[in-house]
Write a new protein. Structure first.
Length: 257
């Protein structure tokens, strides 16, 4: 039976029979893997101990007829902090659910692996008030890597630069991909345009362009309202361009109400 090794993030665990699990993973080469971990639900199972949600693992896998079989596993990043309470787990759950959905159709995007790993690390390190902002940044960055980058400095219609001034409102269309210059707005080229605060669009640009370690400076209580606002922006962007509904994102948002 052919054997291969893989490094991957644990996305989901599904019960199989009395003692087994089907493990859904996202590999460092950017594609989804599904494999059986036999006996992993038994007390004291060595496999089960290392296959925790949100963890990064090194695997040895036998190729099977329908599903591959995990024979060895070693944790190299446990992301234990992402499982320490309901808020951190809720944030991490959005990362893995989005990865699960976008990688089902054999989409290969290697850049999503380091992005997701860093987002999980940042969620684990964050206080509760900073989780929304990190998750929003991840969604915007991930969708951009998948080809849906919001136009936040140039008109989504004609491409001309737009002066984004704090305290003003700008025409913006989630469906059409971004902000709209005054000429295109006046000509009525888009019928899905709304007026959005320029400050919100500037923050969306900051989340898109900044590294996660730079965003950690904003994971403070005074930015909690900002986190909720950007999470709403990210949810609408995700739905508009990938038609993806994340139950985990609904739950994370419900924790703020």
């Amino acid at each position: 039976m052919p054997t291969y090794s893989a490094r991957a993030l644990v996305l989901k665990k599904t019960k199989l029979g009395e003692t087994d699990l089907i493990i859904t993973l996202f590999s460092e080469v950017g594609k989804q893997l599904r494999a059986i971990a036999k006996g992993s639900r038994r007390p004291g199972s060595k496999l089960g101990a290392h296959l925790e949600l949100y963890s990064a693992v090194d695997l040895l896998v036998h190729t099977g007829r329908s599903l591959d079989v995990i024979t060895e596993v070693r944790s190299w990043v446990t992301n234990e902090a992402c499982r320490r309470d309901i808020e951190h787990s809720a944030g991490a759950a959005v990362i893995v659910e989005l990865l699960d959905k976008v990688s089902r159709d054999n989409v290969i995007e290697p850049r999503l692996y380091p992005l997701s790993l860093e987002a999980l690390r940042c969620i684990g390190d964050a206080e509760h008030c900073g989780i929304d902002l990190i998750v929003a940044a991840y969604i915007i960055k991930a969708t951009a890597q998948l080809g849906y980058r919001p136009a936040l400095l140039n008109c989504a219609v004609c491409g001309s630069p737009v002066n984004v001034v704090t305290g003003t409102k700008l025409a913006f269309s989630f469906l059409e991909g971004g902000i709209q210059c005054r000429l295109c707005k006046d000509n009525g080229y888009l019928d899905t345009t709304i007026l959005m605060d320029a400050d919100r669009l500037m923050w969306a640009h900051t989340l898109l362009q900044s590294r996660f370690m730079e965003l950690e400076a904003y994971c403070l209580s005074e930015y909690s309202e900002l986190g909720r606002s950007m999470l709403d922006f990210a949810q609408r962007w995700l739905h508009s361009h990938l038609s993806i509904h994340l139950k985990s994102l609904d739950f994370l948002i419900s924790l703020d109400t």
